[in-house]
Design a protein around this ligand. Sequence first.
Ligand code: ZN
Length: 265
Amino acid sequence: MALTDEQIERYSRHIILKEVGAKGQRKLLNAKVLIVGAGGLGAPAAMYLAAAGVGTIGIVDADDVDLSNLQRQIIHQTADIGKAKVKSAKETINAMNPDVVVNTYREFLTSENIMDIIKDYDFIIDGTDNFPAKFLINDAKKPFSHAGIIRFKGQLMTYVPGEGPCYRCVFKNPPPKDAVPTCKQAGVIGAMGGVIGSLQAMEAIKYITGVGKLLTGYLLTYDAINQEFHKIKLPSDTDSCAVCGSHPTITELIDYEQVECTDQI
Ligand code: ZN
């Protein structure tokens, strides 16, 4: 598929990069990325992927836009309050880049629907704020970028099946219900979603174009108070993992009990 004159101009800053070029841009236009959560992480991730020309973007979110979301969820506007987040996000993306097809899923991910929703996508952005969804995404065994943000801290890692540890290799099981503060209780600084969500978009773009090294086998942490990033090497022994090890004990998707938090951070 040849790029149109308009696409050559729109994506000229990509095309001029020798690592991307027209070939890489065509890969982006043919790629399909699913974003779970149109919140603090999903908002900037979706906007950068749309701007970059990722041809198909899926967005999963069951919630409506709330006034308290707007401090960080920059894909939604004040006039969108009360609107489904997937609808608001789709409108923003469509206004930004007509090259992008947006598929919306106004529902929560469950063990029942996840395989059907993710099957057509190349890469998944975990922009969720709760552990049941994070483990569900991991256990579906698709390439994905995990991230979490709370207060002034953020973290992310990338999992590609067969290339390093998965989220469950590192975190084993969800913490007990109520053992961790919810996002509403703890708070989060607004730009944190922008920092970490943009890094997730970067991982997706690198995965699609094959440029550089992914964050597989590493956890990148960000501490905004001290303005410090740390790249922590994760244990490379995945053999004992209950999901991706050689003798898996978890062979079905699990719906863990949902922690009480409806606010996507
Ligand atoms: Zn694993």
